[in-house]
Write a protein that binds this ligand. Structure first.
Ligand code: HEC
Ligand code: HEC
Length: 122
């Protein structure tokens, strides 16, 4: 499902894959420093992390730039949360065995659940 939508959008942006995401798309507030193709790859990763399709966060009718869905706005909060944890606390750790500074991502908490908080209820 997601793969097909990504493929369709990749075809639509053909020739502009390596443009900055905020030059190619109209309402990118946080993921500016990435390419258009990379943004779509990350979108697929969001879906995978939560086990949801694109429409979980996006309005139907191909209006990808609309901010009408609560889930899309929540995701912007989540992106800032991830950036602050990676850039703050975790950046103070020494590199791990692979020589990389440990980072968290959506999958770290969500693991295929849209609402990971529920898993912690007694
Ligand atoms: C968990 C929520 C979530 C899911 C799932 C998701 N998106 Fe997004 N999407 C966002 C957010 C948030 C933004 C805005 C990012 C920003 O402002 O930097 C965005 C932005 C976009 C944009 C740019 C729109 C514009 O013109 O500004 C496109 C295109 C897009 N998504 C496509 C997809 C596709 C295709 C899928 C499925 C493969 C998908 N999204 C799945 C949350 C999601
Ligand atoms: C530190 C753990 C953590 C990380 C990292 C994290 N989330 Fe979340 N997320 C949560 C918790 C907790 C909730 C609240 C869910 C609940 O109500 O149980 C939540 C809620 C959400 C929701 C709203 C779900 C709903 O239906 O109410 C979305 C969408 C979401 N996260 C997307 C993301 C995305 C995309 C990322 C990566 C950019 C991300 N999250 C990273 C912990 C996390």
């Amino acid at each position: 499902m997601r793969a097909g939508v990504v493929q369709e959008l990749m075809a639509r942006i053909a020739g502009s894959e390596n443009k900055r995401a905020d030059d190619e798309f109209t309402n990118v507030k946080l993921m500016k420093d990435t390419t258009a193709a990379q943004l779509l790859k990350v979108m697929d990763y969001y879906g995978k992390s939560l086990s949801v399709g694109c429409m979980y966060c996006h309005a139907s009718g191909g209006k990808w730039d609309e901010d009408t869905k609560e889930e899309k706005n929540t995701t912007r909060v989540m992106i800032e949360l991830v950036n602050s944890i990676n850039g703050g606390g975790l950046a103070k750790l020494r590199p791990n065995r692979n020589g990389q500074t440990p980072k968290i991502s959506c999958m770290t908490c969500h693991r295929g659940n849209s609402t990971p908080g529920n898993a912690m209820l007694p």
